[in-house]
Structures are given as structure tokens and as C-alpha cells.
Design a protein around this ligand. Sequence first.
Ligand code: K2U
Ligand code: ZN
Length: 170
Amino acid sequence: MSLLNILRYPDVRLHKIAKPVTVFDTRLKKLIADMAETMYDAPGIGLAASQVDVHQQLLILDISETNDQLQVFINPEITWASEEKKIYDEGCLSVPGVYDGVERPARIKARALDADGKSFEVEAEGLLAVCLQHEMDHLKGKVFVEYLSPLKRNRIKTKMLKEERDLKRG
Ligand code: K2U
Ligand code: ZN
């Protein structure tokens, strides 16, 4: 397995729209394994393929305390969302060190395919609902800072670009 490079905001590749997965082969299984290794190493509780510059509709998450309950969602779609909204302090591995409140539907139902191409449905609330919606946004080319005010977003962009320059200077 390999650690993959996670794109950092405001990299334009984070805004590419992911395409549906159509081939369920060993290459897909290796990508899932590499994404899982990358997510656990970060550490994070979710990761979308868009974040590792693979623009296919694939996301993984693990909200377990023991980091041993990986969930894989391929070609996910939300089939129902509650009127009730909740605000959750979100972060993102592509925007390290930034956390801010985002309002989303409190409960959702989603349909997806598993790593073998088998369809399944989930009902989610709490952290699972937040994380799943956050990752599905990535597949649509959306990063959570886009829910924040233009002032906050520009400050984050400036900070991330400065960090990128400092990283390159070494
Ligand atoms: O997309 C990502 O970068 C993964 C996020 C998933 C996430 C976002 C918002 C709320 C919950 C999960 C990363 O895991 S951010 C790091 C993190 C870790 C634990 C709890 C919350 C955020
Ligand atoms: Zn994210």
C-alpha cells in the first residue's frame, strides 16, 4: 500500500467534478487501500478520491473510535435529506488547521455501491451524516470553506498560499 499526496486548498484540481466509477477491478481495490492508509495516517475520518487527484466518485470514511470500521461509498447519491439542519465544526485534510461551522441537513438517506459494485443504502445522522455530506461535496468539486463568508474564505486562501510558499522554500 502507498501513502497518497493530499491536494491542498486552493489547488484548482479540488474543484474538478468526479466521474462515476464503472470498473470494479483490482486497481480500484488498490486505490481504496491506498486512500485508507492515507486517511488513517493523516489522521482523518474521511477522504474523497478528489482529494488525492483521482476524479472518480469514490469516498471512504471511518468514524469508529477504534479506526477499524472502514466504509466505502462509490457513486453515492443522497435520496432524502431532513428539513432540520445542524451546524457542525468541520475540518478538512485539504485545508489543514482550519475549522469552522457549517450548516447541513441533520439526517440523510444515501444510496451507493460498495467495492464490489453492490448497491446499498444508509440512513445517517450525527457525525456520519456530516462526514458523508462533506465527502460527497468533494466529489462535486466543493470544499467546505465555500460555505464560509468571502472574508473568511479569502483569509484562509491567503494563509494556505503563504504556507505553500514557505513549504516550497523549505
Ligand atoms: O474531507 C476530509 O478532509 C476529511 C475530513 C472529514 C470530516 C470533515 C468534517 C467533519 C467531520 C469529518 C477530515 O477527517 S478532517 C479532520 C477531522 C477529524 C476528526 C473529526 C473531524 C475532523
Ligand atoms: Zn474535506
